[in-house]
Ligand binder design. Structure first.
Ligand code: TRP
Length: 351
């Protein structure tokens, strides 16, 4: 029987072959060759829809936010400590030096952080903000509930003056908080901005700008254009942790979508695109594989040599980035960088 399946991301309905139910997922034998659709929990349905969408596009791509399940978030924490991955260390150094001044420039505010992860580099700010106030509210927002819980516990232990109100969700969920917690400082660190493409970035900044009351502050971490050899090393580490991080997305397809992929035949690849000023990260198929998206009853063949883009990481040039942000009504208050000018932390104010 054919029924409809919705892909809410794009408001699309696709036909699915209905049958099976959860029994299939629970290991009851399936007739060979026929992908059975399985009513999946909402999170998995979201992932299934996004995978179907991106893998049927040309070139093929996958939305980056699915990299950060519990396993992916843990791998990313390890990336941040790699010798080649200069970003986290450099940004943390800037924040250590700049925190007292940032605190002075914004006055007392609620700190709202998009994609907080383990939030270790937020400590420098929390220290500065809790030093001369009885209590500070910190609202971390992250798609990974495990890492969010761990961060909240650690921070409340370490900073008795900080009240943590975590929000488990995507960035959109945080936008209404900007009016609710005014005056606030929105933290968008780690050069996560670089993971949005040109079109996504415009949509993102328009939404932030319209949700943010005039006078509110934004603290933005941006990785700067530099020697491609340094960039290449940062995304192709010798220990292979970044490769594991990329492959985890395909492993997640096996776990949640019953994709049936042979992970040993997919390679991590990261290369610098000079014209687009961005690192491009792919899973490259070493052999032709047929991939199932069980919840949708879909199958896709990916041929040997094909690339599936899993992430981009754009790099920025300072004056251009500042002028770009000005187009959305963000005025630069101060720019902080490291001595090598590898990374920038910008304090901006909504006009
Ligand atoms: N925001 C990080 C960055 O752009 C995310 C990241 C780091 C990443 N290493 C990665 C994403 C490797 C994909 C693959 O640097």
């Amino acid at each position: 029987m054919k029924t409809q399946w919705e892909i809410p991301e794009i408001g699309l309905k696709v036909a699915k072959r209905d049958s099976g139910g959860y029994l299939a997922a629970k290991g009851v034998a399936m007739p060979p060759g026929v992908p059975r659709s399985v009513p999946a929990p909402p999170g998995v349905r979201d992932f299934a829809g996004a995978v179907a969408l991106g893998l049927n596009d040309a070139p093929r791509w996958l939305p980056a936010r699915f990299l950060y399940d519990a396993a992916g978030s843990a791998l990313f924490e390890r990336i941040c400590e790699l010798p080649e991955y200069y970003l986290t260390r450099t940004e943390a150094g800037i924040l250590t030096r700049a925190a007292p001044e940032i605190r002075k420039l914004t006055g007392p505010v609620t700190l709202i952080e998009l994609g907080s992860g383990s939030a270790t580099k937020t400590d420098h700010l929390l220290r500065a903000y809790s030093e001369d106030a009885d209590s500070v509210r910190y609202v971390p927002v992250d798609v990974s509930s495990s890492i969010l819980r761990a961060a909240a516990e650690r921070i409340e232990d370490q900073f008795p003056g900080v009240k943590v109100d975590g929000l488990n969700g995507e960035y959109e969920a945080a936008f209404p908080l900007l009016a609710q917690y005014h005056p606030s400082l929105l933290l968008f660190l780690g050069s996560t901005l670089g993971n949005l493409n040109q079109a996504e970035s415009v949509v993102f900044w328009r939404r932030v700008a319209s949700a943010m009351p005039a006078g509110s502050h934004l603290l933005l971490g941006a990785d700067l254009v530099k020697d491609p050899a340094l960039l290449h090393a940062a995304y192709n580490d010798a220990a292979g942790v970044t490769a594991q991080f990329t492959l985890n997305l395909f492993a997640r397809m096996n776990r949640e979508l019953d994709a049936g992929l042979d992970l040993s035949r997919i390679a991590h690849e990261a290369r610098w695109n000079a014209e687009w000023q961005r690192m491009e990260i792919f899973g490259r198929f070493l052999s032709t594989q047929r991939l199932r998206i069980r919840p949708l009853g879909l199958e896709i063949t990916i041929r040997a040599g094909e690339h599936v883009m899993t992430e981009i990481s754009r790099k920025f040039v300072l004056p251009r980035l500042t002028t770009y942000l000005g187009c959305f009504g963000f005025r630069l208050v101060r720019a902080f960088t490291d001595p090598r000018q590898w990374f920038a932390v910008l304090l901006l104010q909504k006009e």
